[in-house]
Design a protein around this ligand. Structure first.
Ligand SMILES: Nc1nc2c(ncn2[C@@H]2O[C@H](COP(=O)(O)OP(=O)(O)OP(=O)(O)O)[C@@H](O)[C@H]2O)c(=O)[nH]1
Length: 304
């Protein structure tokens, strides 16, 4: 129906680029990529290898995915980002990552004496950014940018499962701000918001990479510390409390804001994450009560 020239034209007109990549990582041919909003002319790649074009780690990743498609002979779909730092000669270029969906299919014939795949790359950067934004909106508290309650509960469920399987200790600390209502009343809601943000900053600065901080609601926060039992968590909590006093003092709260907290950890008998949260919450309540008792035991203020 179509002449060879017409078929070549049709392939060239494909909006997304389609690469023929051999098992050893050679760019044997490139078709399409006519949508110039998203793709540069890739014809210069033909004859080069992944190792010529990309830095070792990325080249190895491509080689592995090619291998997977060749061994499965099924359509293999991958999502990946490419930054200037991945491409040889573009290290100083733009730092933004361009995201692609690769659809990779083994070919039934050899190319340049090797097994080969057809790799169709679609630029999905806009979709990826939208997905990232949507995920952030659904997982984060907009005021503090910490995880929200929903995400925290999902992460705690994961930790609970890990605990059941591998007995990985996980400490959980719930804290809230002492007399936050008075702070709002005295300094205004805006300063109250700034206090919440400063506390979030302390959480981010003081916690370790695997720890997770969430705003549970109002002035209540929850910290989940995987690979940490309650005893080990104590020093982290002391550090965090000190940091909160310091950061809030720095934004104008004389002597800094104090928190009260309750600490627990996932135990073998826990049937749900609610149980560990409940234990930590009980301890928070006890600490609040003890604090109130301490305050009421102070001698009344002398009238001057
Ligand atoms: N500025 C600000 N205030 C909030 C926000 N969310 C909740 N609050 C306020 O936080 C206060 C929490 O008050 P309480 O639960 O009585 O707690 P508290 O005053 O800290 O008392 P204790 O916990 O007993 O020390 C309420 O006044 C809420 O209006 C917020 O996003 N921003």
């Amino acid at each position: 129906m179509f002449s060879e020239d017409q078929l070549a034209d049709i392939l060239a007109a494909l909006p997304d680029p389609a690469f023929i990549l051999t098992r050893s990582g050679c760019y044997a041919a490139i078709f399409g990529g006519s949508d110039l909003r998203y793709y540069h002319d890739g014809s210069g790649l033909v004859g080069k290898s992944l190792q010529d074009v990309l830095h070792a780690e990325k080249a190895m990743w491509f080689a592995k995915e090619i291998e997977k498609a060749l061994s499965s002979h099924q359509l293999h779909i991958v999502e990946y980002g490419l930054a200037g730092s991945d491409v040889k000669g573009l290290e100083g270029g733009p730092s933004n990552v361009i995201w692609f969906e690769g659809r990779v299919q083994a070919l039934n014939f050899q190319v340049r004496g090797e097994d080969a795949v057809l790799w169709v790359a679609s630029n999905i950067t806009e979709r990826h950014e939208l997905e990232t934004q949507l995920r952030s909106l659904s997982e984060r508290d907009p005021l503090t940018n910490l995880f929200n309650r929903r995400k925290l509960l999902a992460m705690l469920e994961d930790q609970h499962e890990l605990f059941n399987r591998y007995k990985i200790p996980t400490a959980v600390f719930i804290f809230d701000i002492n007399d936050f209502k008075k702070i709002n009343d005295q300094f205004g809601h805006l300063m109250g918001d700034q206090a919440l943000q400063a506390i979030a900053q302390s959480c981010i600065a003081e916690l370790r990479a695997p720890d997770m901080a969430a705003r549970f609601g109002g002035d209540e926060f929850v910290i989940v510390m995987p690979h940490t039992d309650q005893n080990q968590a104590l020093s982290i909590i002391e550090r965090l409390s000190a940091s909160i006093e310091k950061t809030t003092a720095a934004i104008g709260f004389a002597n800094g804001i104090r928190i009260s907290g309750g600490l627990s950890e996932i135990f073998s008998g826990d049937t749900s994450v609610d149980e560990v949260l409940h234990r930590a919450d009980e301890k928070l309540y006890q600490e609040k009560e003890a604090g109130r008792r301490r305050m009421s035991e102070l001698p009344p203020l002398e009238k001057t």
